[in-house]
Design a protein around this ligand. Sequence first.
Ligand code: FPP
Length: 256
Amino acid sequence: MTVTADLGVSAQVDAGERIGVPRHVAVIMDGNGRWAVGRGLPRTEGHRAGVAALRRIVKHSAKRGVEILTLFSFSSENWNRPPAEVGFLMGLLERFVRRDLAEIHRQNVRVTMIGEREGLDPSILGLIEEGEALTRENTGMTLVVAFNYGGRNEIARAVKRLAADVAQGVIAPQDVNEDSISRYLDTAALPDPDLIIRTSGEQRLSNFLLWQAAYSEFYFADLHWPDFDECALDSAFEAFAARDRRFGGLSAKVAR
Ligand code: FPP
C-alpha cells in the first residue's frame, strides 16, 4: 500500500516562507510564572510578558503560512489558581481583545474559541464572541483561542450532545463512529493539529486536545513562554519538517 496521508504541511506552499510549515500548530504556552519568579518578579508579570510573546507568535505564524494556530490560553483547571491570579488573567484577556482585536482583524486573521462557554462571565464571553463576529469573514490564518478549555470536558460535552441526538433519532447508534464523534467536538470545523508545541521543558499534554492529538507531532522547547520568539518557532518548524509521519502506516520513504 502506498502511503497517501496528508502530511499536514500547509497546502499553499509557495517559495520560501511556507516550505515544511505545519498546517495546524497548537501551543501550550507554559512557564510564565517561572519566567517571572526567575527574575524576582511577581507571577503576573510573566503573564504580561506572555501576552507580548503571543502577539509575536501570532504575527510570525501568519507570516510563515500556518493555516491554524491554536493557543491554550486558559484551561478549565486554571480556575483552581489563586483568585487574584485568575482575575489578572481575565483582565489580560479582556485587554488583549480590546487592544489587539483591530490589529488581528487588519492582519486578516479569523478568531474562534474552543472551550466551555456555559458559565463563563457574560462580559468575557461577549468580548470573545465580538471578536469571532468581527473576524468571521477573514480569509487568512485562523487563531483558535482555547479558553476555559479541557480535553476531557470537551469530549464529555460532545458525548452528551451526541447521546441526546441518538435519543431523539437524529443519529442511529450504529452510525456513531470516529467521524461523527469529531463533528460534536468544539474543533468540528478544524483539521487535527499537526504540531503541538509545549514550552518550559514540561513534557505532557495537560488535558489539551486529547482526541485531536492522536497523530500530532510533539515539540518540547526548553524556553519559558515569554522567551519563545520567532527564531524558536522556526526551530520547531525545522524539527517538524524532519519528522517522518506515518499515521500508523508505513514511512512514505519505505512505501514508495
Ligand atoms: C502558563 O504559565 C500560562 C498560562 C496559565 C496562561 C497563558 C496565558 C497567557 C500567555 C496570557 C494571557 C492570555 C491571553 C489569551 C491574552 P504558568 O503560569 O503555568 O507558568 P508556570 O508553569 O511557570 O507556573
